[in-house]
Write a protein that binds this ligand. Structure first.
Ligand SMILES: Cc1cc2nc3c(=O)[nH]c(=O)nc-3n(C[C@H](O)[C@H](O)[C@H](O)COP(=O)(O)OP(=O)(O)OC[C@H]3O[C@@H](n4cnc5c(N)ncnc54)[C@H](O)[C@@H]3O)c2cc1C
Length: 284
């Protein structure tokens, strides 16, 4: 189908983009890679009056270091995140999760910030962002502010972003030397997650010193598996201790039933996949 008519603007700075959004009112939409927005427009599930295309804003692309943080521009494509040596070194969990996103075509067009802003419960980058305590840097007409991932994801497809705000970059505390794994369960290769687990651990000898675990598609927003994290810390990284900790994975979750899985099945997936993810992370 063909989208409804809209005005189109492609500013070259963040300030211009914010001004364009503010001028257009609540009915405007930001365009990043278009991988989620364009199907919605073509199906006429949305008919914005104005599209503000971020594609010409150079400031929004790329990965850089800023002290203890890695800063990922919102328009950095999945493909560039996958290949980036800073991400591999300081946020391996993001690289692992990005490897599982869709297919090469989508990864070349789709953006890190677009996936985060879209806030699809089955999206694979939300749980890693939550596990790594990432912070969202947001620009609006009154300036820039930062929102922790734990507060940013409000509901299904809903974040704290106001209609006249854009996600500029994501700041990720460096997890240098941490091992990571993203365990995704889907029906067919390259499909969305039915359930997935983001796990990153820091070991001291054979013990788990720190652990960060978060779950994809176990609720309307990504969920931090804090009971699992607490059960892992200080333990010898054995099959038994990991299995015992993973038994807590469904605690505090609120999965829905759909054509792929009922609630109990998703809860069992969370436990099994958490065990696999932590084991794989520990063994590197
Ligand atoms: C066939 C297919 C398979 C896919 N499989 C997966 C998968 O397995 N796992 C997965 O995680 N994802 C998957 N995706 C989604 C993919 O990751 C998209 O890239 C992502 O959802 C949206 O990114 P985008 O850059 O294309 O954003 P767009 O489609 O351009 O935008 C998406 C939404 O976010 C808003 N937005 C985008 N950027 C910003 C910003 N900087 N500030 C404020 N708002 C913004 C837009 O207004 C829009 O509402 C798939 C997509 C397709 C088409």
């Amino acid at each position: 189908m063909i989208p409804a008519a809209f005005d189109y603007t492609a500013p070259s700075t963040v300030d211009e983009a914010v001004q364009a959004l503010a001028a257009a009112g609540e009915d405007a939409k930001v365009l990043a890679g278009g991988q989620s927005l364009l199907p919605v427009l073509r199906l006429r599930l949305a008919a914005p009056s104005t599209i503000v295309d971020l594609g010409k804003i150079a400031e929004l692309r790329g990965v850089r270091e800023d002290g203890d943080a890695l800063v990922i521009g919102s328009m950095t494509t999945h493909y560039d995140v996958q290949r980036d040596h800073l991400v591999a070194e300081h946020a391996a969990l993001l690289a692992r999760a990005t490897d599982t996103v869709a297919d090469p075509q989508v990864r070349h067009r789709g953006t890190f910030g677009g996936a985060i802003a879209h806030a699809d419960p089955a999206g694979d980058l939300l749980a890693p962002a939550l596990a790594l305590d990432a912070e969202m840097v947001i620009a609006g007409t009154s300036g820039r502010h930062t929102v922790p991932a734990a507060d940013f994801f409000q509901d299904m497809f809903t974040t704290t972003l106001a209609p006249d705000e854009i996600l500029v970059e994501v700041r990720v505390p460096k997890h240098t030397g941490w091992r990571a794994h993203y365990e995704k369960f889907n029906r067919v290769a390259q499909a969305w997650s039915m359930v997935a687990v983001a796990a990153t651990v820091r070991t001291e000898g054979s013990r788990i010193a720190e652990a960060r675990i978060a779950l994809t598609n176990m609720g309307a927003t990504p969920v931090r598996a804090t009971a699992v994290e607490q059960a892992l810390v200080g333990q010898e990284a054995t099959r038994e201790t990991i299995r015992a900790a993973a038994a807590h994975a469904a605690e505090g979750t609120n999965p829905t039933a759909d054509g792929n899985a009922d609630v109990e099945y998703r809860q069992e997936l969370a436990r099994v996949l958490t065990g696999r993810a932590v084991s794989a992370a520990v063994t590197g």
